[in-house]
Design a binder for this molecule. Structure first.
Ligand SMILES: Nc1ncnc2c1ncn2[C@@H]1O[C@H](COP(=O)(O)OP(=O)(O)OP(=O)(O)O)[C@@H](O)[C@H]1O
Length: 264
């Protein structure tokens, strides 16, 4: 699946009134290998969402390049699947229709589209809820549907911006396990590349091959930590010494940045 290569990416937003421009992202380089799962941690306002939105093609960098599977990103495309923190299902469509949406847009034949939807409904534990409306679903179920909708398009990369941020703690932990199950259901060759933005250190470690820490604004990648825990993982890895050591390292990195952001 698609590897990501970012070179010299910056983003500044024009200021309003007397305020000068906001530099959201300092020149940033980042390589993510095909099938790699990378978490991005950083203090509020450090440019995490900006980075993800540019990779998604929903925003443009002020300078620099983003390439996915060798192709320059210039706008949104079905090879990039996104899930946001806020619930973004189409309220006038059922669970199944939401999942079918991108497939219909791409004119995938109806029978094939339905088979794909059925596969992801099963993988995300939504069987029996196909005909429910989003308003009838819990937050966790809505995010399962959003994940299934993103995966149904068979994207090269999944861009997840705090997808579990609005969920209660227990649901969030279940969703983390579900995400790893769904991601791990593919073979290592066909596994999706994932960029996962979060504020939660445990979540970042539990999910990823590699955790990046961004500096306070203007953001840049200031540290990266490999996570040497084998997959498949379940919640018990959170109780291991390796996990605790990684957490201590990342807490030290992130505390420094959160303090800088708070004093800025
Ligand atoms: N459209 C915009 N216009 C002006 N400034 C913006 C815009 N989008 C983001 N910014 C500014 O850019 C900086 C980075 O924002 P961004 O949302 O990327 O941060 P973040 O790390 O995702 O924050 P959080 O963790 O709170 O979601 C912030 O100072 C924000 O106010």
């Amino acid at each position: 699946m698609g590897g990501l290569s970012i070179r010299g990416l910056t983003r500044s937003f024009p200021g309003q009134g007397a305020a000068g421009p906001t530099l959201a992202l300092q020149p940033t380089d980042l390589d993510v290998a095909p099938g790699e799962f990378v978490s991005i941690l950083g203090p509020s306002g450090c440019g995490k969402s900006t980075l993800l939105r540019i990779v998604a093609g929903l925003d443009r960098g002020t300078a620099g390049t983003v390439r996915l599977a060798g192709r320059q990103v210039t706008g949104p495309g079905p090879e990039r699947g996104m899930v946001f923190q806020s619930y973004t299902l189409f309220p006038w469509l059922t669970v199944e229709q939401n999942i079918l949406f991108g497939l219909r847009e791409r004119k995938v034949p109806a029978e094939e589209a339905r088979a794909i939807a059925t596969k992801y409904i099963a993988r995300t534990g939504l069987k029996g809820f196909e005909n429910h409306w989003p308003r009838q679903l819990s937050g966790g179920m809505q995010q399962r549907t959003a994940l299934a909708r993103a995966l149904a398009n068979d994207p090269a990369i999944l861009l997840l911006d705090e997808p579990f941020g609005a969920l209660d703690h227990q649901t969030r932990e279940l969703m983390q396990e579900l995400l790893l199950e769904v991601w791990g259901a593919d073979t290592p060759e066909t596994r999706k590349t994932v960029l996962f933005v979060t504020h939660d250190i445990d979540e970042a470690i539990f999910l990823a091959n590699r955790v990046l820490v961004m500096s306070a604004r203007p953001g840049r990648v200031k540290a990266e930590v490999e996570v040497p825990l084998p997959y498949p993982r379940d919640w018990t890895v959170k109780t291991t010494v390796v996990f605790a050591e990684l957490k201590a390292r990342l807490m030290a990195e992130i505390r420094e940045e959160v303090r800088k952001a708070a004093l800025a």
